[in-house]
Design a protein around this ligand. Sequence first.
Ligand code: NAD
Ligand code: ZN
Length: 344
Amino acid sequence: MKALVFHGPGKSSWDEVSDPAVEDPADVIVRVDTVTICGTDLHILRGDVPDVAPGTVLGHEAVGEVVEAGADVRTVRAGDRVLVSCITACGRCSYCRNRSYGQCRAGGGWVLGHTINGAQAEYVRVPFADLSVHPLPDSVRSQDAVLLADIFPTGYEVGVLNGAVRPMQTVVVVGAGPIGLAAVATAKLFSPGQIIAVDRATARLDAAERLGADTKVAAGEGPERVVSELTDGLGADVAIEAVGVAETFEMCTRMVRPGGHVANVGVHGGPAQLHLEDLWIKDVTVTTGLVDTYSTPMLLGMLRAGRLPVSSLVTHTFDLGEMEDAYDIFSRPSETRALKVVLN
Ligand code: NAD
Ligand code: ZN
């Protein structure tokens, strides 16, 4: 089969590789029909995620058809159209029993396109299928469902839920890429008082506005001053960091009000400063984490009910064989205005 293979920092190609096979009775093999590229794939290519071995097939967001199921798989069978979650979970270890699927001790967690071959391929082996793939109702389109493999659960769980967004609160989302936009869209479900989106790119701020942000602020136009003015000098109740650089994380810790929450979502390739000397007396809660995807069934229900504006995130579509072109477009968003590129 063909697959997008990582060959070390800065290098990847659409290569011929061997087909995956069931290795464990809990595995399924999925024929990939729809797949996307994630900001995290670009982090891997930049060398920010050092434990990805050259030779690994990238990708962790896909929809496809189960073509083979191991003997222990109970929830899906061959022929089912499924969403492949970016997180796989054994369902039995102490972390999985606590819904911390990302920390699965039995070989799950974020493994696809990371420590095992991923989904940017014609076929993918998905371990622990019972919890790691979700059957899709006919009414849900594959190109919409694929956005629930990673970006929507991430924006929702690591941004909005960790940030404890409540009605009438001021939520500032720094970084209006796909993840930040998913945080804007899912924060909206809690009827916040206002959502302020911060980004460097005008096209992304426009997308944030379409998804429900009340105020958009260019990164160079003093976001800290704007947040202060819009909150009577107090600061935001919740600041969600969806970039992954020290500068924006530190900005979030300055933009939050006393008693507020900073929810870091970004994957950081280096350290950021945490000014505990300021934060302790302000009672600020700082959270971070890897997505667990425990919210995926609920988000699928919202999608089915037409209450998640997922399709406005897709800017480009390609055939599966055009993976290298898709990477090229996705990695130059300031020129191409790409948000999410979908291949099918
Ligand atoms: P992205 O790169 O598409 O979006 C980042 C956005 O930040 C861009 O729109 C960019 O213009 C903006 N930006 C860059 N520098 C900025 C600055 N100084 N000020 C304001 N905005 C700035 O990435 P994405 O796919 O939306 O993902 C966001 C982050 O979330 C990434 O770091 C990604 O790796 C991470 N992520 C985390 C998890 C998790 O489980 N925690 C899962 C998936 C992705
Ligand atoms: Zn991802």
